[in-house]
Write a protein that binds this ligand. Structure first.
Ligand code: PRP
Ligand code: URA
Length: 209
């Protein structure tokens, strides 16, 4: 089964409190999501493999480390996942970015894919699917399935807030995928919203409702 990693760095937890707060306005919400995404990218890349290379400093030659292994790709789930891309690219600027458009039907809670565009070398990359909310897990499962159908087998999932139901659903549908979150909340309500959560992530990020 994939690992569930809760990124409990104090700065992530502090900023998440303001992201949750309904008084936080759209501009601040976007900035905070951006900042938390940078911090979570740091946590997620903690275990990337390293190679040793020789480097000449102005005074000597030495062995030093560089990142090796698979190149990274980010795959935000539209819309809300878009708000996490720039924060992550600050730390991993060479990552390529694919996009998957999914929308959840408010009644059935089932996702429909309306758009997908991936880098041509996506199957060779470690792909990080990003979305602030993991509620029923339907959207993330559909996104990961879509990537696997296109030959992508090295996938991680990064979300800000998850419901236990969503985590369990991913672990059952895609047991090879590690999940990185900032908080594991209590449950889903009858409308499929995460309690306590932060409300509708896309609406709060883009000022719609
Ligand atoms: C939200 C959220 C996730 C999804 C999570 O998107 O950003 O993608 O719901 O719910 P799930 O785990 O039950 O699938 P939404 O469908 O509202 O689209 P939006 O980002 O365009 O607002
Ligand atoms: N999507 C959201 O944006 N928020 C939730 O709480 C659940 C799904």
């Amino acid at each position: 089964m994939g690992r569930l990693v809760i990124c409990d760095h104090p700065l992530i937890q502090h900023k998440l409190t303001f992201i949750r707060n309904k008084q936080t306005n759209t501009k601040d919400f976007r900035e905070l999501v951006d900042e938390v995404s940078t911090l979570m990218a740091y946590e997620l890349t903690r275990e990337v493999p390293l190679d040793t290379i020789e480097v000449e400093t102005p005074v000597a030659t030495t062995n030093s480390k560089i990142v090796s292994g698979r190149m990274l790709g980010l795959v935000p789930i539209l819309r809300a996942g878009l708000g996490m891309v720039d924060g992550m690219l600050k730390l991993i600027p060479s990552a390529k970015v694919g996009h998957i458009g999914l929308v959840r039907d408010p009644k059935t809670l089932l996702p429909t894919e309306y758009y997908i565009n991936l880098p041509t070398d996506a199957p060779n990359r470690m792909l990080i699917v990003i979305d602030p909310m993991l509620a029923t897990g339907g959207s993330a499962i559909a996104a990961i399935t879509s990537l696997k159908n296109r030959g992508c087998d090295h996938i991680k999932l990064m979300c800000l807030i998850a419901a236990p139901e969503g985590v369990a659903a991913i672990q059952e549908a895609h047991p090879d995928v590690d999940i990185y979150i900032a908080a594991l909340d209590e449950r889903l309500d009858d409308n499929g919203y995460i309690i306590p959560g932060l409300g509708d992530a896309g609406d709060r990020m883009y000022g719609t409702n």
